[in-house]
Design a protein around this ligand. Structure first.
Ligand SMILES: *Cc1c(COP(=O)(O)O)cnc(C)c1O
Length: 223
């Protein structure tokens, strides 16, 4: 079996210019994060607040920690000083809480809005219409300690690649609409976080700028 570093290099090799890797280290120990770090990886993704905070406290300061899972409002304060990008903002209420905790930490927190484009009911996020509506209502503009930087989505877990293409395309089109209507002059609204171990090549073909890959790098997780 290939080493972690070889698998990491294989993934890097697949990424065109302009697409960055979020190495999803959830459920893997800090030693494995260090191994990837020593190979040169700097962006890591976690989906539990406690785990992100614990790893961030013990690992090098130049790691960029991204939060990628469903975030409960009462957990925001645990990660507010550590996280550099929250991928999974799925309500205005959560955005308000992130703003509040960012303010307490005297920083600006970058956020992506999670879009629900998959068939599965369990996946969180705004529908495209809900997201555009929320942006149109404009309250987000008054939240001075958050910065909206783009969208995130997950596709349905299926072998039907045409369906996966359709879902990422819908997310991409929604990103473009939001960009045109609300962020035309804002260069920071530029990220499309789409694609995981099994579907990242499709996501890249549909416009991904960030891919979130765990299993392909770290192996299976023991939940
Ligand atoms: C776990 C997770 C990933 C990584 O999934 P893999 O299939 O292991 O690559 C990506 N995105 C989110 C939101 C996740 O929770």
């Amino acid at each position: 079996m290939n080493s972690l570093s070889e698998r990491l290099h294989d993934v890097w090799h697949d990424l065109p210019e302009g697409v960055r890797l979020v190495a999803v280290s959830k459920f893997h120990p800090a030693e494995q994060v260090m191994e990837a770090y020593e190979a040169g990886q700097r962006i890591f993704g976690e989906n539990h607040a406690q785990e992100l905070a614990a790893k961030a406290a013990m690992l090098p300061d130049d790691i960029e920690w991204h939060f990628i899972g469903h975030l409960q409002t009462n957990k925001v304060r645990m990660i507010a000083s550590y996280v550099s990008l929250v991928h999974s903002v799925d309500s205005l209420r959560l955005l308000r809480e992130i703003n509040k905790q960012a303010q307490k930490n005297e920083r600006i927190l970058r956020c992506l809005l999670q879009l629900h484009v998959a068939q599965e009911e369990t996946k969180f996020g705004f529908t495209p219409e809900e997201m555009l509506q929320m942006l149109a209502e404009g309250e987000w503009k008054s939240l001075e300690n958050i910065r909206l930087c783009g969208i995130m989505c997950m596709a349905t877990n299926t072998d039907d690649t045409a369906q996966i293409h359709r879902e990422f395309k819908l997310a991409h089109e929604t990103f473009l609409k939001a960009k045109e209507r609300f962020f035309a002059d804002d260069d920071m609204f530029c990220e499309q976080s789409m694609g995981m171990s099994d579907d990242y090549p499709i996501a890249i073909s549909e416009g991904a700028t960030l891919v979130r890959i765990g299993t392909r790098i770290f192996g299976p997780r023991n939940y």
